[in-house]
Design a protein around this ligand. Structure first.
Ligand code: GAL
Length: 365
């Protein structure tokens, strides 16, 4: 919290400040980025873009809710970098000069943000790498096993293509190479697909944009021939959407199996309708819960080992306290037992008019 606001608040609400400190526990006054002993913690939540739905529709609101639950008096400062590295660097600078107590960062570009992470660390502000492991001195990390995500996608794709010929050809739509997860997804997928199918074309997708995937798939269809694409490895649901729209625009029928990731509502509907084969569901609530717990503990200057039992190794060899969660493959068969059961979507939300018959078939009634 800024000093001038802080002074006013403290003067007016001395009693509630005292209560808040008690609620926050004995370590509250000693948080690393704290500029005053009776200051309620401020946590910055820095999201990467509004291109992929999950950040603003799932992670943002869940993080805010879970931070408030753990620390009622905490203030959350939320910013979105709109896919721009320079804007995220500015947002990091601004949070550092505000003197926030912890930063929860989903880096637009893992390498380019390392210098900002270092600046925050030097200012005594711990940075939690949420979902993507940015470079620099990261205090804590929560994510899913990215290679396992890729293996789930690759394995499901082979299952979806099982009835096809052995010389099947696929197109790969990989994520943005500046996202550290994209290489992990690709590596995991290739570990399953290499030698099992022919990879006709493989693209990396700037900013995970559906329209870039659409353009690349249009090129792949022109180069390989509409009838020669037997499966599409799409690293997430935006890339699945772009690939499928290009296949449909080029009258490819039936649509070959297409993978995805993020369990977006539109993707779940495509899966029910038989237009997308699968998605990877990385449960949002536990990821946000761990992200919030790490950020609150970091803001209070507590040991993150209490929240995070695992560790991951940074590029420079340092061990980082981490929570690593398990991703799940979702096809039409298990939407009910996963996404509906966890309350991510109701059957009503998924089963838009026009999907009722397909929903019945998928057991979504
Ligand atoms: C990854 C993330 C995925 C997906 C993608 C695109 O880092 O793990 O869930 O959303 O970014 O934003």
């Amino acid at each position: 919290m800024k000093a001038f606001i802080r002074d006013a608040v403290v003067a007016v609400t001395a009693v509630s400040a005292a209560l808040a400190l008690t609620a926050c526990g004995p370590n509250t006054a000693t948080g690393p980025g704290r500029d005053n002993a009776d200051d309620a913690p401020t946590i910055a939540v820095l999201l990467p873009d509004a291109i992929t739905a999950r950040w603003e529709t799932q992670d943002g609101p869940l993080l805010e809710e879970k931070i408030k639950k753990l620390c009622e008096e905490c203030t959350v400062e939320h910013a979105n970098a709109k896919g721009e590295v320079a804007l995220q660097q500015q947002q990091m600078d601004s949070m550092i000069s505000k003197g926030v107590d912890a930063i929860l960062l989903v880096a637009v570009d893992g390498r380019s943000l390392a210098a900002s992470v270092r600046k925050a660390d030097e200012a005594g502000i711990p940075v939690i790498a949420y979902d993507r492991l940015a470079g620099g001195p990261i205090a804590g990390h929560v994510s899913f096993d990215g290679e396992q995500v890729g293996r789930l996608q690759g394995t499901s794709l082979l299952q979806g293509m099982a009835s096809r010929a052995p010389d099947d050809q696929i197109v790969m739509m990989n994520g943005d190479p500046s996202d550290p997860n994209a290489a992990l997804f690709k590596k995991g997928a290739l570990s399953v697909l290499t030698g099992r199918v022919k990879i006709g074309k493989s693209y990396d997708t700037h900013q995970w944009r559906a329209e870039v995937a659409h353009m690349n798939m249009t090129g792949a269809i022109a180069a390989l021939g509409a009838g020669n694409i037997d499966g599409v490895y799409a690293a997430n649901d935006s890339l699945a959407a772009g690939s499928i729209s290009a296949l449909r625009a080029n009258k490819v029928a039936p649509i070959p199996p297409v993978t995805g990731q993020d369990a977006e509502l539109a993707a779940v509907r495509r899966i029910v309708a038989g237009r997308q084969y699968m998605t990877v569901y990385k449960p949002f609530a536990p990821e946000a819960a761990s992200g919030a717990a790490l950020a609150v503990a970091a803001a209070r200057g507590e040991n993150l080992g209490k929240v995070a039992e695992d560790t991951v190794t940074a590029r420079d060899g340092t061990k980082i306290a981490a929570v690593m969660l398990t991703p799940l493959a979702v096809t039409a068969d298990n939407i009910k037992d996963t996404l509906v059961k966890d309350g991510v979507y109701t059957v009503r939300q998924i089963c838009a008019p026009g999907l009722w018959a397909a929903c019945g078939k998928a057991g979504l009634t």
